[in-house]
Design a protein around this ligand. Sequence first.
Ligand SMILES: Cc1cc2nc3c(=O)[nH]c(=O)nc-3n(C[C@H](O)[C@H](O)[C@H](O)COP(=O)(O)OP(=O)(O)OC[C@H]3O[C@@H](n4cnc5c(N)ncnc54)[C@H](O)[C@@H]3O)c2cc1C
Length: 325
Amino acid sequence: MERYELIIVGAGPVGLAAGIEAKRAGLEFLILEAGTICQSLVEYPIGMRFYSPADELAIGGYPFPTPHDEKPTRELALNYYRKVASAECLPIRTYERVERIERVADGFLLQTIRLPHQRRGQYHAQCVLVCTGVWGTPRRLSVEGAELPHVLLRYDEPLRFWRKRVLIVGSGNSAGEAAIRLADADAYVWLAVEPPTLEQCKFRPFILREVLLRVEEGCIRPLTEARILRIQPDCVDLRCAQGVESLPVDFVLTLIGLQPDRSLLEPLGVPFDEDGKPLHDPETYETPVTGLFVAGALSRDSFIYIARERVRNAIAAIAHRVRAC
Ligand SMILES: Cc1cc2nc3c(=O)[nH]c(=O)nc-3n(C[C@H](O)[C@H](O)[C@H](O)COP(=O)(O)OP(=O)(O)OC[C@H]3O[C@@H](n4cnc5c(N)ncnc54)[C@H](O)[C@@H]3O)c2cc1C
């Protein structure tokens, strides 16, 4: 069995930043990744633009130039992180999902499953840093019909919805942005939000502006104070400020938030707060399980520029722990 001082679970932007710091700290480490590097970003909508400027997405001190200083698209960000991971020669095993972490006397045992052959792997680590993000577990509506195949939890290419009737459910940026992009792809869009007005949604100002513009043009039809009652194969029953409606739809796109996957941490006894985030020391990012750390979106740091700084503290604490052994 392979043994390491540190195993990092997840090679998203924060797992990569952690790897760079671990390398600089001289740790013997390995990164295990369920998909390819930055798998979450790979699954973001095609052409999606980040809200943050490039310098806030950069990691490891590598500059991230973009044409005309524009905010980066998904494609530019993927290209950037690929180059950084390659330049650093980070030891990453892709398509190897960590299925289980067990506490043993001198550290942790990690059980993995490798694609494409579903072979099982086992590793030992003195410390584990879990950077698995939240992208993999979108929230579902808890109504009848929420599991039907035309109810989608994410989308990739807006053109898939060309001239289709789509009900988008959600009051956050992802829902607002999807409404804009699908309307621009000539879909017939309803946007069902909880608040009484679009202005009260959690949209960034530029998203609100673009949504309101399309509402005025009749390309997005808003349904406020909306509550989905039931989803049927060809229509959605809902209550909203306009009354009770039965909307004929081809697709329902529910973008109502993401939640952390608890399956690795909960069996180890890590407690979660009311927002579903694992409890951890705010300085070192160590959970109440000694030697088990969390970072990135999983830990509550949902902006990369914050997480990349704080992961340094976690790696410093890990290096200190390993050297003390
Ligand atoms: C639409 C959208 C726009 C955003 N815009 C911005 C922005 O403008 N600025 C900003 O700072 N942030 C933005 N974010 C948030 C940002 O993308 C995340 O904070 C960032 O990706 C978090 O990085 P991470 O490494 O913690 O998690 P992730 O990027 O989610 O990476 C987690 C990795 O762990 C892997 N993994 C999961 N489970 C396992 C397992 N069991 N075993 C092995 N590997 C596993 C996944 O495959 C994935 O590669 C945005 C997010 C979304 C959804």
